[in-house]
Design a protein around this ligand. Structure first.
Ligand code: FAD
Length: 674
């Protein structure tokens, strides 16, 4: 049985190497199919293997001997080749052309033998060309002609048959017919077959051995079930796909993800009132968006870091491609390669989660705990503990007016787990969302994940993962109607079954270092947590995760004694609730902070420089420590003016290093978050 192999084979045209030091042994008696993108060197490899192209390096061995040292006729008796675009002499008939396949078997002056006749008849029978025998080749259709060429290669009756794209020009039925013929030849005669094919699914179906080529090198080789994977297809063809078992043959079936069809699917859904879509670019992050901060400038640090910009820095897209990507998006279309959609959860740190309310609970005079559940939440999270993890809630205008919510905002559909998202779309969502008409875009608000329970948790209401969010109800009554910010009004009216879209971290890509978590005590063993009611959920969540061995103070100012909640911690941090009553907002908290962080005795520490002023009306006050190596760490959040006052005290008067403190303006008096 003829054995064909390539050893360190390099093939080149005009010194440009197409196949690069490739080694390959073609299993005898099997069908090997070579696949790869256009221009990857498949046909060149076939030419090299068949002695048509002399190697620039390495060699091709036929039965252990260098194929180039053997006479052409001798090689042709063992190895037949059907090139991609063969040409036939003018006027030649089908029978004559197929008969040419017998030349290697005839001597110089030998005439056609009965054995040759029989071989030609066999080849015509298996290729269905018998009826065409006397027709001139020029009169045949492309498909018929291709079958004749295959018949010619078959008539050669070699142990090895190499075919370059033998199904080109054939309709689907004839493609299958040709491949069936070749398979039969392999099964009945034991012919070793090597085919270059561009149809991956047919290749997977007909190959015993599949070789995937990329840029002249073998990327994968073996049984199709092992070679045809989503990763291989992406790598070799640059094409995202799904691979499922072929329901007919059981072999791998590649389903390409065409962008066009994906978009059409979106439009079909939209027509039915189901909105999924394009994505965002931002981050989820933190504080409110100051109106003066240009929407197109997701910042890196500084005041706006607490706002959308900050949110921006949270997301993957942000943290990495961030501003540059956003700018590129604004200036020019994204490169085509970026437009290939992938699963949102595979590429975006931030995802949009569709949830519904499963429980509403009054947990204080001015607090409501709303529990959200949804299948999407299986993908939600950033490390083991939420700490002060912030998320964005998308409050739809319809919810405010009492009209049933219209569904998910279209801008976020492609960010849902399982949706298709292109990398180009994965940036700029915040800007696109802002550009929507105010009436339809709704409101985006920042809240803390008070608790996250995975599916199956004993405290869950149902079978899905759940999130608790504690809302401060800062409401007033105007003309007998509830008035307040959209998030608060939504929470005040929320009932089981209401839908809410939230933006948060993708558990698959986010860990404890996720940018939407600001509590970073580093190696500090003594901590201060201080905040007003909006920071109470974060402080309670942090307390629950603190290990034993940490000491310090948690100071929480709330509107009323009825807002004091139970909090639990294994740490030695003492918790003090400060009901405000008739005191001005922040007064009790500031005093308590002064108590626990006393101004050091003269000379003990250098008082700090005056921190630069932050106009909390126009900027977000958001300064967070990244990696404290100090023994003491402070985390302060709440109304911005109040935080600014405490910042001044801690930095200037108490001489605290700003690297060991997080100051976060969670909301601003008289100003909406956006
Ligand atoms: C990182 C982060 C985490 C947060 N976590 C939580 C949380 O877990 N729970 C929570 O309740 N809030 C939390 N907040 C605060 C919340 O985002 C704001 O209170 C937000 O303004 C509420 O949105 P809204 O639509 O109700 O009001 P907006 O439309 O933003 O504001 C409407 C009006 O209400 C005023 N206002 C806003 N908040 C308050 C308040 N607390 N008391 C009195 N007046 C107010 C504004 O000054 C404005 O005049 C958090 C904020 C940040 C930045």
């Amino acid at each position: 049985m003829a054995l064909l192999e390539a050893q360190d084979l390099t093939l080149a045209y005009d010194a440009v190497s197409i196949v690069d030091e490739l080694s390959l042994q073609l299993p005898t008696g099997e069908v090997t199919i070579i696949v790869g993108a256009n221009g990857c060197g498949k046909s060149t490899l076939l030419r090299g293997l068949s002695r048509l192209l002399k190697p620039a390096g390495g060699k091709v061995l036929l039965n252990g001997e260098d194929i180039h040292t053997r006479p052409a006729r001798e090689v042709a008796k063992m190895l037949g080749l059907l090139p991609q675009t063969p040409t036939a002499p003018d006027g030649i008939t089908v029978r004559e052309l197929i008969g040419r396949g017998r030349y290697p078997h005839q001597g110089w002056f030998k005439r056609f033998s009965s054995e040759d006749e029989a071989a030609v008849a066999r080849a015509m029978a298996v290729t269905g060309t018998t009826d065409l025998a006397e027709r001139p080749i020029d009169e045949l259709s492309g498909g018929q002609r291709q079958r004749v060429w295959i018949a010619m290669a078959l008539a050669q009756e070699t142990e090895l048959l190499l075919l370059d794209e033998p199904t080109t020009y054939l309709d689907v039925a004839h493609q299958l017919e040709v491949l069936d013929v070749i398979s039969e030849l392999n099964r009945t005669r034991g012919t070793t077959v090597v085919i270059v094919l561009h149809d991956l699914n047919l290749a997977a179906r007909y190959a015993d051995h599949l070789v995937a080529l990329k840029e002249g090198k073998i990327v994968a080789a073996g049984h199709p079930a092992a070679v045809v994977t989503e990763e291989m297809v992406k790598n070799v063809f640059g094409m995202p796909c799904r691979v499922i078992p072929d329901p007919v043959a059981g072999t791998p079936l590649v389903l390409p993800i065409g962008r066009h069809r994906v978009l059409r699917a979106e439009s079909v859904l939209a027509a039915k009132g189901i909105h999924r879509t394009t994505n965002p670019d931002a981050r989820l992050d933190a504080g409110p968006v100051p109106s003066e901060v240009p929407a197109a400038a997701p910042g890196t640090a500084g005041p706006e870091a607490g706002g959308v910009a900050d949110a921006a820095t949270d997301s993957v897209a942000e943290a990495t491609a961030g501003t540059a990507a956003a700018t590129a998006e604004a200036d020019s279309p994204a490169p085509a390669a970026q437009d290939v959609p992938e699963r949102a959860e595979e590429i975006s740190e931030m995802l949009a989660f569709a949830t519904h309310v499963v429980a509403v609970q009054g947990i204080g005079e001015n607090f409501k705990r709303i529990t959200l559940a949804g299948a999407d939440l299986a993908h939600f999270g950033a490390g083991d503990s939420p700490l002060d993890l912030r998320i964005k809630l998308m409050i739809q205008p319809a919810a405010e007016s009492g009209v049933p919510a219209a569904g998910l905002p279209a801008e976020f559909a492609s960010l849902r787990p399982g949706a298709w998202l292109s990398r180009a779309e994965a940036t700029g969502w915040y800007r696109r969302w802002l550009a929507l008409p105010a009436e339809s875009r709704g409101a985006m608000r920042t809240y803390t994940v008070r608790a996250l329970r995975p599916a199956g948790h004993r405290d869950n209401r149902g079978t899905e993962a759940e999130i608790d969010i504690d809302f401060v109800l800062h409401l007033r009554t105007e003309n007998g109607k509830l008035a307040g910010g959209p998030a608060t009004v939504w929470a005040a009216r929320a009932k089981a079954g209401d839908e809410l879209l939230l933006l948060g971290p993708n558990a698959g890509l986010c860990g404890p270092d996720y940018g939407g978590i600001e509590f970073r005590p580093g190696s500090a063993k003594r901590i201060l947590l201080a905040g007003d009611e909006t920071a109470a959920p974060a402080i309670c969540s942090i307390l629950e995760s603190l290990p034993a061995g940490i000491t310090g103070h948690a100071l929480i100012e709330v509107p009323d004694t009825g807002d004091i909640q139970g909090s639990s911690t294994r740490s030695g941090v003492s918790v003090q609730w400060l009901p405000r009553g008739s005191h001005p907002h922040g007064e009790l908290l500031a005093a308590a902070v002064r108590d626990v962080v006393a101004i050091p005795a003269a000379g003990a520490v250098m008082p700090g420089a005056d921190p630069e002023d932050v106009d909390v009306d126009s900027q977000i006050l958001w300064e967070t420590a990244t990696a404290s190596t100090q023994p003491f760490y402070a985390w302060l959040a709440g109304e911005a003016e109040m935080i600014k006052g405490m910042r001044r005290y801690l930095v200037r008067e108490a001489g605290m290093d700003r690297k060991q403190v997080a100051f976060m303006g969670y909301w601003r008096r008289g100003r909406s978050e956006n």
